[in-house]
Design a protein around this ligand. Structure first.
Ligand SMILES: C[S@@+](CC[C@H](N)C(=O)[O-])C[C@H]1O[C@@H](n2cnc3c(N)ncnc32)[C@H](O)[C@@H]1O
Length: 432
């Protein structure tokens, strides 16, 4: 360890830098997948670095509670790099069994020394805090003893920001909330839908077995995987596309007939692909504002060899460039993405009251606009990957109250879930 600890090829140092970027500069983990020090790590170290960052984010409220309790220094004034180093180290001390506490502490001090040469007070601070924390035997009993408010304790234990918990408690009880958020501590599961137009199911299972890839057959055309990297070559060949099980189940149970579909906010394409495979419509017109995301969608369409999906770069707040109405309009609005927390724990760092208000305005505007492009008797599906009633049921209720000539046909909500999927909401509306 020692001298080598402060280096860009050290997975802990890289994890600290990535955590700092995510928590202080609004980055997401995916931003580091193809560039910078992360790419230079060995595959094993990359996994370890990913585990450290994601694990720390999923325990950040508890970790911060501890640091605040033992630190004499104002929490808000702790240097971002040092706070990230402390957070990762505390996560390792309590939630990673690989390394003993004294080794974690020594390495943290070496990293601090390398970064802040000569600044002894910083090095002593890191050393002091981690020493005190390493003496705590059980982190959860520590929380119990040092926090009296039951709701705050619940929020810290499950890593749900306080204001978000208050909103969730308006729709769900604590048992339901605990069920989802306890599961969310586990790594996400990846689901792949089989593209039977390119590969026979039996041939695919043969390849999976030959390559010794672990998988579970969930449905005839839906497989679950623990690791997404190992199936990348199969995705590139167009044999599979990634799709969450909550979304898959929604489409599986959807009983609708339509020929022409307008998919709004469509990129990078998961819902279009699912509609295509399940219903085989004549055409899907997919609109999105982000050129970058449309390019990703285009690449995926080429891999899957779908010939009936047409991409349109446009603003869903104003669709006047369209020339006709559709049997089905699917609107998958931008949202707080709180339902994807298990895979993207960063989402909780970004959500606050003002973000929810901002999202609601956009969602209502898109819903209003989308509703003009459905044929009479046709359907409008409004969906989000949010856990919040504000963005889901409330939005649809508000829309119906405003007197648009639509009727609610059905609603689907995968939260609180019994399956290992994301939180996904969809509402089916029929135009009179
Ligand atoms: C929830 S994601 C869509 C996911 C997609 N439906 C899928 O299944 O892969 C929301 C999308 O809304 C798009 N978006 C945001 N503002 C938009 C706007 N004003 N007009 C069109 N698309 C927009 C984003 O680029 C993003 O791709």
């Amino acid at each position: 360890m020692g001298k080598d600890s402060f280096k860009s090829n050290n997975p802990r140092y890289v994890a600290v830098r990535i955590l700092e970027e995510i928590t202080f500069n609004d980055k997401i983990f995916d931003d580091f997948l193809f560039q910078g020090d992360f790419v230079k790590l060995s595959p094993q170290d990359r996994d370890f670095c990913h585990f450290l960052v994601m694990g720390t984010l999923k325990r950040i409220l508890l970790i911060d509670f501890l640091i605040k309790k033992v630190s004499n220094f104002s929490f808000k004034k702790i240097n971002p790099f040092i706070l990230s180093l402390l957070r990762i180290s505390v996560f390792q001390i309590f939630f990673s069994e690989r390394i003993p506490a004294y080794a974690i502490l020594n390495e943290a001090v070496e990293i601090a020394k390398g970064k802040f040469k000569g600044k002894k007070y910083i090095i002593n601070y890191v050393n002091g805090i981690l020493r005190k924390i390493a003496e705590i035997e059980d982190i959860f009993s520590f929380l119990d003893k040092n926090c009296e408010d039951e709701n705050i304790k619940f929020s810290i234990r499950l890593n749900i920001p306080q204001f978000l918990l208050e909103r969730l408690l308006k729709s769900y009880d604590k048992v339901e909330i605990e069920r989802f958020f306890s599961k969310a501590f586990n790594p996400p599961i990846y689901y792949g839908v089989v593209n039977k137009s390119k590969v026979k199911r039996s041939n695919l299972t043969e390849v999976l077995k030959r390559k010794e890839i672990d998988y579970i057959e969930i449905e005839d055309d839906l497989f679950a995987f623990k690791d997404v990297k190992v199936i990348k070559p199969l995705i590139e060949k167009g044999f599979l596309f990634l799709q969450d099980i909550s979304i898959y189940n929604f489409f599986k149970n959807l009983e609708l007939k339509f020929k022409k579909v307008l998919d709004l906010c469509a990129a990078p394409g998961g819902k279009s692909f699912q509609i295509n495979i399940r219903f085989n419509p004549h055409a899907i017109f997919a609109v999105d504002k982000s050129f970058e995301r449309l390019m990703v969608m285009k690449r995926r369409i080429d891999m899957l060899e779908f010939k009936n999906i047409y991409l349109i770069s446009g603003d869903c707040g104003n669709l006047r460039f369209l020339r006709e109405k559709f049997d089905l309009v699917f609107l998958d609005v931008p949202c707080t993405s709180t339902g994807t927390y298990r895979k993207n724990p960063e989402v909780f760092l970004r959500v606050d009251e003002s973000k929810i208000d901002e999202m609601k305005k956009i969602q209502f505007k898109f819903l209003e606009e989308a509703s003009s492009w459905v044929k009479r008797g046709g359907c409008l599906i409004y969906s989000t990957c949010s856990l919040l009633r504000d963005e889901n049921d409330d939005m649809v209720e508000e829309f119906l109250k405003k007197g648009f000539s639509y009727k609610l046909v059905d609603k689907y909500n995968s939260f609180p879930m019994v399956i290992d999927g994301i939180g996904f909401f969809a509402s089916i509306l029929r135009k009179d």
